[in-house]
Design a protein around this ligand. Sequence first.
Ligand SMILES: Cc1ncc(C[n+]2csc(CCOP(=O)(O)OP(=O)(O)O)c2C)c(N)n1
Length: 560
Amino acid sequence: MRTLNGAQIVVESLKAEGVEVIFGYPGGAVLSLYDALYGEEEIKHILTRHEQGAVHAADGYARATGKCGVVFATSGPGATNLVTGIANAYMDSVPLVAITGQVASGLIGKDSFQEADITGITQPITKYSYLVKDVKDLARIMREAFHIATTGRPGPVVVDLPKDIAAAETEFIYPPEVNLPGYKYIYNGITANLTQAVKAVNQAERPVIYAGGGIIAAGAHEELIAFAEKINAPVTTTLMGKGAFPDVHPLALGMPGMHGTAYANYAITDSDLVIGLGVRFDDRVTGRLDMFAPNATIIHVDIDPAEISKNIRADIPLVGNVREVLADLLKEVEPRQHQAWLDKVEQWRRNHPLNYDQDNEVIKPQYVVEQICDITRGEAFIATEVGQNQMWAAQFYQCKYPRRFISSGGLGTMGFGLPAAIGVQLAHPDSVVFNIAGDGSIQMNSQEFATAVQYGLPIKVAILNNHYLGMVRQWQELFYDRRYSYTHMEGGPDFVKLAEAYGAQGMRVERPEDVRPALERAMAAPGTFVIEFIVDEEENVFPMVPAGGAINKMLGGGKR
Ligand SMILES: Cc1ncc(C[n+]2csc(CCOP(=O)(O)OP(=O)(O)O)c2C)c(N)n1
């Protein structure tokens, strides 16, 4: 048996969990952790420029791989800088273990230098937060942390490690099993409900599948395709579920909800059966609750029982792993045709396509996204920021595969995309990774250009520069009588020079005909490449369901 100190136990535990990459930022309370990493070859540590960058990078890594992301930060400000990223991972059900340094045990609660109660702060935004009180518990806690983060509905776990415990020694045994009687994460759907669901599917005439991030988390995309094809139901995928069903599939309806396609929203509204798979009936999707699928029976499959009937009453709840439930459903349901229904959906699709006015003078942001999609054949990893850029990416990037559309859904965190792209590119060094950004969002974590350059990551950053906090300006235009209160972004920076200052390549594009050649140049470049597209300043994202409205009443969605 080996005697190790707490810091070494953390590192050995990470190895036992098969962790290859961690993201972090050092400081006084984690000196021994960083010392334990010194010369360590099995684990690569990525030094970001901000802890928020580190946690989003770990999150992006986790989303793109399905593995658990790991982040290190020091006590106090290091730990509090993780808070947004932890909340972000929590809202989108991303597995993450955050290891934070803490002041020495005897100093806790005394307003000691760089002390923050991170377990208290993060309690509502984690699946669990541990404060390690005895080095003898540490290996067990590490084992439990990974178990909790990755099982059931995935999510973040914090392990807060006081400085004296990181230095204390004990024998290291990594527990082969966890023993957490209070933690129940496997629920098996009730058979009676499965029978009821099968019956509902067999009887439905206007079914719609509404698929979310749970499909991706469960690795159920193949089952989803087979199921949709067998029952010939159109499939709408949420922002989190994007890629779970190929956007190019004839049954694909695109995204539902506030900025969803008109045909997805009309289909949901007219459906007689909504089959919700790994979704949480988010308010951005449902809009006005009593007008959401008013004539439909609702089947809701989710691994988390707390989701059932939280927002929309489920007529047929099925709690369980969506992959297993889908496999069961697939076996039991009868093949269906639904020709009349599909014809109707097709008519909506033809009459109300996603659209924008092409322009020969000014670059339309949608055109940039279309070109990125075309040049990468819908196969690139796309990390978005938040705002109009994100919605255009979701609308116009036709994604073929799961885990390739990486976006902050639940929390809507500006500044997520660039560091997330770093995590994605590290996980997939040979793949094309684009960060689609707004000029506002990119400035929230633009220091991470330095990280991308330091590690030689060939990320392509497409900044859609409208000189506004565009999505907020859009709301001000539509609902506040064009009173653009503090949404005009003046004063730069010069993004080309900024990229160059960090050692990346940068270029600016101002004319539509230069968009494609610029993308070709970026794709061919070996390193980090930033393209600033000067786009139409007042372009809006349509269709749009005003907040709290019924989803079939869209602005810019056309008349039925
Ligand atoms: C951290 C954070 N602060 C504020 C907001 C509110 N917000 C949502 S979209 C948006 C504007 C984003 O502007 P930009 O990044 O330039 O993108 P655009 O909408 O112009 O594409 C803001 C401020 C947010 N989502 N996240």
